[in-house]
Design a binder for this molecule. Structure first.
Ligand code: G3P
Length: 217
């Protein structure tokens, strides 16, 4: 399973990269705004800084919602750096644009996926990734993990190459559950990734090893 970090915070991206487990980064307009990155030039510079830190795919989201606008913006984003993946919303114009990008060999991430039907359509259009938002489904009392499982079944039935990028991850157990179901990628806050490190028996065991070593020396 690939690990992406879901943030535009450069310190957190660097920290995840230094762990040696990072495969890519996802951003969205809200995450950029949270870091105070506004204005087209600053946003573009920020994507380039992220690409300098990591080796893998970096999702950059379009703001346009019409076909011509999405295509223009997406091509500009893709031309910035070979690691850029064009993030396109799951709307009718977006699906058309994903088909266009796919035919041109450009990578896409179809975002704001909340149903298996949307994921099926994105795969048909040739999306590289689909981003089902599991946390936001959980927020409205609908099990987000069921959606990951349904998409996995559908994609396996037809050997779709589109990768399931589980997004809107809220905690460490979401990552483990996505791995059990067979999501191809998770994109997560750093805190949930670091939660995978923790077990009290590890801490107790290490403390004992170190104190026993001290006694013997
Ligand atoms: O980047 C898309 C997605 O991961 C957003 O997550 O926490 O805003 O629902 P969240």
């Amino acid at each position: 399973m690939k690990f992406f970090i879901d943030t535009a915070n450069l310190d957190q991206i660097e920290e995840a990269q230094s762990l040696g487990i990072l495969d890519g980064v996802t951003t969205n307009p809200s995450l950029m705004a949270k870091e105070g990155i506004t204005g087209q030039k600053n946003i573009i510079d920020h994507y380039l800084k992220i690409c300098d830190i990591v080796d893998g795919d970096v999702s950059a989201e379009v703001i346009s919602v019409d076909y011509d606008g999405i295509v223009k913006e997406g091509e500009e984003l893709a031309s910035l750096h070979k690691q850029i993946v064009i993030k396109v919303p799951m709307i009718e114009e977006g699906v058309k644009a994903i088909r266009y990008f796919s035919d041109k060999g450009l990578k896409t991430n179809c975002t704001l996926i909340f149903s298996s039907g949307q994921a099926l359509l994105a795969a048909k259009a040739g999306a590289t990734y689909v981003s089902p938002f599991i946390g936001r489904l959980d927020d409205i009392s609908t099990d987000g993990l069921d959606l990951i499982s349904d998409i996995r079944d559908i994609y396996d039935n037809y050997a779709y190459e589109t990768e399931i990028l589980a997004a809107s991850i809220r905690h460490t157990m979401h990552i483990i559950d996505c791995a059990k179901i067979g999501a191809d990628v998770i994109t997560s806050p750093l805190s949930a990734i670091k939660g995978l490190l923790k077990h009290p028996l590890t801490d107790i065991g290490l403390e004992k090893f170190l104190s026993d070593h001290k006694k013997g020396s």
